[in-house]
Design a protein around this ligand. Sequence first.
Ligand code: CA
Length: 438
Amino acid sequence: MTLDETHDPARRSWVDSANNRATDFPIQNLPLGMFTPGSGGEPRPGIAIGDNILDLVAAHQLKLLPESIREEAVFQSTLNALFASGPRPLQELRRRVGELLDAGPTGMIARDCASKLLHNMGSSTLHRPTAIANYTDFYAGIHHAIAAGVQLTPDDPLPTNYKWVPIAYHGRASSVRASGASVRRPWGQRPPAAGESAPAFGPCERLDFELEMGFYIGAGNQQGESIPLELAGDQIVGYSLLNDWSARDVQRWEMFPLGPFLSKSFATSISPWVVTADALLPFRAPAFARPVDDPQPLPYLLDEKDRAEGNLDVILSVFLSTERMRANGEKPVEIMASNARHVYWTPAQMVTHHTVNGCNLMPGDLIGTGTISGPSDAELGSMLELTVGGHRPISLPNGERRTFLADGDEITIRGRCERAGFAAIGFGSCIGTIVAAR
Ligand code: CA
């Protein structure tokens, strides 16, 4: 992967809204997603451009796509087959769509067919990008791991294996939902109250969000084989924003010794647009700077190129809107900001570690980074951290206070990449609203 004309900051599109500096989807981005047009029809793959979506099925029918993009990969209700195509065809697709949407002569053909090719994003329905066979959630945000560890396991806040092994658990794929889907407050067992021996049973009282990035697997690997670190980047098609909803009381009671189960499996929200690894090339960042006392990664997790540019510089922010705020027409309030760079293990290290035992990753599999908190108090990626385990409520501008999330609360995650000399690109948003337990 190298920088090319698709990253040229001077490039403009004939789609006007893509040239607005505030858009997340300029012509330099071109993220992939699944949508149903407002006019109806089947879910189909598309590419976001400004306030619009380029319909890949229509583009294929008009014979505008590269030959390497097979019909069977486009006429699908998920992006799995397209992701399985591998990095080369997806790069060719990005190049071609850039040409089609260019304000210059290469965009003339598509511009003439704009009414067939473009749909308004606001009136379309956006879906989960892939049929997710497997969802794995890592724990690579070291600042979160320490802060959460202080509360959950005060004697051993950062597990002794943390700096050696990228820790993860197998999450629940069936309950991953696209942004916009509501999240019902889960029931579960809560830790016994003081003086009690039996757990309480009822709706979760400590419902939380977790700010994460998610990424999708491309072709994957055969069972029994592994993906070496220098090839792992080719397996990452692109990234989305991910909210790993968490029931903290349920988690505290259930998680030892096998890890989270029902405290996480009830819902995970993802943003609908997959920002490709190609689009993110200008925004690569060095791997986490390990303090000198930290061990070097074992050889299978060590690669110079990965150390130099294995992370991403994505500005992440979380907004909260309560039911009362919305009723009064008040804007969501930003409750924290962080950066995707604050992960101790790079996404490529996660892929390599995941497969080192021969476990097969499949096209469209989703991998979460773990909660991405930063080092400061303004960069805490969950209510657990923001309120110090519910001991210090946060105050909102309208006077409301929160320890954990209340029914009607809406959490929005946003992500944006900015670097001098390049066009800024964004991820859109990942939104979920809590509805009462039933
Ligand atoms: Ca998580």
